[in-house]
Design a protein around this ligand. Structure first.
Ligand SMILES: [Zn+2]
Length: 60
C-alpha cells in the first residue's frame, strides 16, 4: 500500500536536471482544445507537464 504524506520542508527534484524545484514556470497554450498551460523547470526548461482544462494533471 502506498500512502500520501504532505511535506513542505523538502522540494521536488526535476527529473531532467536533478535540481530542486522551488518554483515552476508556465506558459499558456491556446488551441482547438481550449486553453492549457505547460509547466517547465526554471533551471533546465524541461517540460514537467501540461494542465488540462480543469485542474492540474502532471501525467505524461
Ligand atoms: Zn530541470
Amino acid at each position: 500500500m502506498i500512502t500520501f504524506n504532505k511535506r513542505d520542508d523538502i522540494a521536488p527534484i526535476c527529473p531532467h536536471c536533478k535540481k530542486e524545484i522551488t518554483n515552476i514556470l508556465y506558459q499558456e497554450l491556446k488551441g482547438d482544445l481550449g486553453k492549457r498551460c505547460i509547466y517547465f523547470c526554471p533551471n533546465c526548461k524541461a517540460s514537467l507537464g501540461l494542465s488540462h482544462r480543469k485542474g492540474l494533471t502532471f501525467g505524461w
